[in-house]
Design a binder for this molecule. Sequence first.
Ligand code: FPP
Length: 248
Amino acid sequence: MKYMMFFKKKEMEVPSNQLPQHIGFIMDGNGRWAKQRHLPRSAGHRAGANTLKSITRICGELGIPYITFYAFSTDNWSRPKEEVDDLMKLLYDYLCNADETIGGERVRIRVSGDMTRLDQKFQDMIADLVERTKARDGITATIALNYGGKDEIVHAVRKVAQRVKQGILEPEKITEEIIAQNLYNPDIPDPDLIIRTSGEMRISNFLLWESAYAELYFSKVYWPDFDKKELMRALEDYSHRQRRFGGV
Ligand code: FPP
């Protein structure tokens, strides 16, 4: 009871106008969570997928409009084949049943990353999922899949270079806005807050361009243990940050 009262008080300490509009999550620590329990790494990823679902629900209830989860990076292909296959299968199964596994019938699903490296069946299913959920009115949950921040910038630059080659754009006319418009999801606002779990303090190639002015928060708990209490802690911390965007 005492705990509940503390919990409720913490929750009320974050006024809705001080909540971030977009949170990026670096879901780290699944492997160590599993190791602690003498379980295979795959069990950690499955537990992590459950956390993704509960965090999506909680963020939706709080009225946060956008969240992005770093599910598989361009560098994760270097993991042992067995783990890569297992993660891909997990991602495929979860996305196939996204309404149950991610967040209910109001969640809009988007993806970020180079989908062309995925199986055609996987790509088609994702395209269908994004289309099927696009008119929904709830939170937009973006799954970063085969995503790398540097890779995203390379893709954007290639598209811009194509226009230069075609003579449509002068190199001197290339602006930050033009690069930004050619990123994977130009219509999604930049993240205000990036949360990384497991005590590691790195960005690991996540939303490099978009996070130029994001606030960073590092939680010590492993992703499968990241819960509402930890999220509220991060949000409360964020609400006290002074964001100057390079100004004074
Ligand atoms: C990092 O932990 C986590 C990942 C590379 C995968 C994250 C993926 C999920 C949580 C699967 C769920 C996703 C969806 C869209 C349902 P790690 O394996 O690097 O952990 P470690 O650093 O402790 O080894």
